[in-house]
Design a protein around this ligand. Structure first.
Ligand code: AMP
Ligand code: GLY
Length: 417
């Protein structure tokens, strides 16, 4: 089978590797890809969505796997264009991807379908937002659009709220758009992933990511400094409750509202004292959760995604390890405010019972790997127990060095002991 994966980060490296390890001799391609991904998947000669589709038709691609969200809502939408040209696509069409692209759309969908979520009000101006906050702190402010993970601010006080509102409404940092003023929920977070095929779904291994830059959940928000994944992350009873109150009503809602869906849907949940609530949907796998989850997936992911793209949920093609998987992110100097490129990475030649996924790296003129972005590498290891998986992943992360390297030492530990 000829498979194209769309995206370029650590998540796509993990997806490409899982597809490469699927039975069968598949020919893999990646767009736009990265030097590391190109060791497993060939690059694509395209410079945008239209030319990508033309290229896929020319090469008779059997399956397009959407890794990254942006292409789902660009132009006519990746999945929409694939459908128009008869290319099976694992990823939802533009109208359904609004669940991620518009926080307001997602909120209205949640409310219409009776799915537990925080109260929220949409606002158009700074004055409206301040009035909607009504002096109730902490409050959560969400820009209503794709903002590369920077569009949400949990504000403890008026000063921080005004600073965020100024960025959105005055500086227009994310472009035009409204702000959702949302009730602040408390509790541990968990990321649940479902592979959805029309009316059917399969829940993958749940995960938890670590969003803050520094140990102890201090410092600024990042794209994710690590993740832990295991079936044991939530009890069977809680997972059942999540399925009954959140996953199933979401799938039913999509079908009732005529929103077609074939692909991964990510449920960002807060486990509040009153039960699990949805804080966000993403129309893709999580990053870095994907890097933690993929090593636990056994079976034939490639055929699973192809069958799903063609309208058949083949749960028999995949199974999930019972153990724990821990992913430690190595980030470059300055991250998350900035990032530094060009620092040579050492230790990558070492191998062991761990996996290294590249997020922001490139090969330099000497043939060495160097940093090329904020999040540089994801080091992943697994074991039957969480402490073992933690020890293995952190020991493997110790093998890698580059100038300015930043990482957290409490991934897989904080929020468990
Ligand atoms: P999002 O981009 O919607 O996932 O939000 C980013 C992060 O902001 C989440 O992972 C939470 O840590 C936090 N967050 C979002 N919504 C809320 C909420 N209603 N209450 C408390 N924290 C929230
Ligand atoms: N780990 C958060 C995300 O993928 O959005």
């Amino acid at each position: 089978m000829k498979i194209l994966v769309v995206g370029k980060g650590g998540r796509e490296h993990a997806l490409v590797r899982a597809l490469a390890e699927s039975p069968g001799n598949h020919e893999l391609f990646c767009f736009p890809g990265s030097d590391a991904i190109f060791q497993l998947a060939k690059p694509v000669a395209a410079d945008g969505l239209e030319s990508l589709i033309a290229w896929m038709r020319e090469r008779a691609i059997d399956l397009c796997v959407a890794g990254e969200e942006s292409y789902l809502v660009k132009g006519e939408g990746l999945a929409n264009l694939c459908r128009k040209h008869g290319i099976p696509c694992w990823g939802p069409p533009k109208e359904s991807a609004q669940l991620e692209a518009s926080k307001e759309f997602a909120k209205q969908f949640l409310i219409r379908n009776g799915i537990p979520t925080a109260r929220a009000r949409a606002t158009d101006t700074l004055v409206q937002a301040v009035s909607a906050i009504a002096g109730e702190y902490p409050t959560v402010l969400k820009f209503d659009g794709l903002a590369a993970g920077k569009g949400v601010a949990v504000c403890p006080d008026e000063t921080s709220a005004l600073a965020f509102l100024d960025e959105v409404f005055t500086q227009r940092r994310f472009g035009p758009g409204r702000v959702l003023v949302e009730q602040c929920l408390t509790g541990p977070e968990v990321s649940v992933f479902a592979a959805i095929v029309d009316e059917t779904y399969l829940i993958f291994t749940p995960a938890r990511d670590y969003k803050r830059a520094l140990d102890g959940d201090h410092g600024p928000n990042t794209g994710g400094m690590g993740a832990v994944a295991s079936r044991q992350l939530v009890s069977p009873e809680l997972l059942q409750q999540i399925e009954n109150e959140i996953v199933r009503p979401t799938v039913a809602g999509l079908n009732k509202e005529g929103l077609p869906y074939r692909g991964f849907l990510y449920f960002g949940l807060m486990l509040t004292p009153g039960g699990p609530q949805v804080i966000e949907y993403n129309c893709r796998f999580g990053d870095p959760e994907c890097q933690a989850v993929m090593p636990l997936v056994k079976g034939d992911l490639a055929s699973f995604c192809l069958a799903g793209a063609n309208g058949e949920l083949r749960g028999d093609l995949v199974s999930f390890d019972d153990g724990w998987s821990v992913c430690v992110i190595l980030a470059s100097a300055g991250y998350p405010e900035t990032s530094r490129s060009g620092d040579v990475i050492s230790g990558l030649e070492q191998s062991g019972d761990f996996r290294v996924y590249h997020a922001g790296t490139r090969k330099n003129a000497d043939g060495d790997w160097e940093t090329n972005g904020g999040r540089v590498l994801a080091i992943v290891s697994g074991a039957a127990t969480r402490p073992e998986a933690v020890a293995k992943a952190h020991a493997a992360a110790d093998l890698i060095r580059f100038s300015g390297l930043q990482r957290r030492r409490d991934i897989g530990i904080l929020n468990f002991d």
